[in-house]
Write a protein that binds this ligand. Structure first.
Ligand SMILES: C[S@@+](CC[C@H](N)C(=O)[O-])C[C@H]1O[C@@H](n2cnc3c(N)ncnc32)[C@H](O)[C@@H]1O
Length: 189
């Protein structure tokens, strides 16, 4: 799902989920992110910036253990209403310490574009803290909106992660210099 990025904003989680439901009702594929993450065969996934829980919910449906983290209480309330049986945490990824790691940490839906400007390195470091040895950080975000893949790679390098794959979509279309979207996988160097 594409959402116009701004600086940190407050969300209406129910309204966000209703838009997802409306899009799903048109027959749009809502699970490209979950398909890519599931292809890595993780046992556990941290959905970092989970919003109303779209990706985490689909991964849980595929029998993958998930935890969703988002600083926006309205988003987490909406996620919890949809799936009260799953683990949802109101927290900023830059600060949170969950005390455990995950096979995959995924940031779907432009998360680095919605964290306050200048906090992307902290966001990436928070994801890295929760990555199991040999795990993968998977992220997709729009380009040309104030945060580049070069900056993202630099922030990953700072915490010992290197880019092992990059596409222009969640369905693995090739990434080129003119791509407007980047889906990246980073692993420990
Ligand atoms: C466009 S929504 C995407 C939600 C969900 N991942 C999806 O794809 O449906 C972006 C989300 O990133 C969250 N976010 C922004 N900064 C964050 C941070 N520092 N840590 C965790 N989540 C963050 C926002 O609160 C918002 O819910």
């Amino acid at each position: 799902m594409t959402e116009e990025p701004t600086d940190r904003r407050e969300w209406d989680g129910d309204e966000y989920q209703q838009r997802i439901d409306r899009l799903a009702a048109t027959g749009a594929d809502m699970h490209g992110e979950a398909d890519l993450v599931a292809s890595l065969a993780p046992s556990s996934v941290l959905d970092a910036g989970c919003g109303s829980g779209r990706v985490a919910r689909e991964l849980a449906r595929r029998a993958i253990e998930v935890v969703g983290v988002d600083p926006d209480r309205s988003m987490i309330d909406a996620a919890r209403r949809q799936s009260p049986e799953l683990a949802w945490v109101v927290a900023d990824m830059a600060d949170v310490e969950l005390g455990r790691t995950f096979d995959v940490v995924v940031m779907a839906g432009n998360v680095p574009l919605f964290t306050p400007a200048g906090t992307q390195a902290g966001l990436v470091a928070g994801c890295r803290r929760h990555l199991a040895h040999g795990g993968s950080l998977v992220a997709g975000f729009q380009l040309g909106r104030g945060y580049s893949v070069t900056e993202y790679d630099e922030h990953c390098t700072l915490v010992g992660l290197i880019c092992t794959a990059r596409w222009s979509s969640w369905s693995s279309e090739p990434f080129t210099a003119g791509s407007g979207y980047a889906v990246s996988i980073h692993r420990m160097a």
